[in-house]
Ligand binder design. Structure first.
Ligand code: FES
Length: 134
């Protein structure tokens, strides 16, 4: 296993806790898009539903639909987001879908009034400036 400690370059593929922002602000919106320093395909949705935060890859594992714009429903105590493109369901907690697709989900923690998401790249509520790498 790699033993390097996480740096702030966001180039490591080891997941680390990423500070997203204040709970009081992030809980005002049902979903926020968190931009990944790795680019579009790694962006993450931060949902706030029924008093709880959930983090999930923002692009649907079917064909890349924007899950942040999906409807959220609860069935038998299970919270699901429905992709706005083809209506596939994804369990907000596990990422599992009745279609057998699996959406990647991430751990979320609340600490000192802030929301953190465990992710391999830096995450930001603002788009990252164009990467300097070619
Ligand atoms: S792109 Fe999400 S269900 Fe097809």
């Amino acid at each position: 296993m790699a033993s390097g400690s996480g740096d702030e370059e966001g180039t490591t593929d080891e997941a680390a806790w990423r500070l997203i922002g204040p709970t009081s602000v992030l809980s005002k919106q049902r979903c926020r898009l968190m931009y990944s320093s790795l680019g579009y395909g790694s962006d993450v949705c931060l949902f706030y539903v029924r008093g709880e935060f959930f983090a999930m890859d923002a692009r649907c594992s079917h064909s890349g639909g924007p899950l942040c714009e999906g409807d959220i429903e609860e069935a038998d105590g299970v919270l699901q987001v429905f992709c706005p493109w083809h209506d596939y369901d994804f369990n907000l907690r596990t990422g599992k879908s009745g279609t057998s697709l699996q959406q990647q989900v991430y751990e979320v923690k609340l600490e000192d009034g802030n929301v953190y998401v465990k992710h391999a790249s830096r995450l930001s509520l603002q788009p990252f400036p164009a990467d300097k790498k070619s």
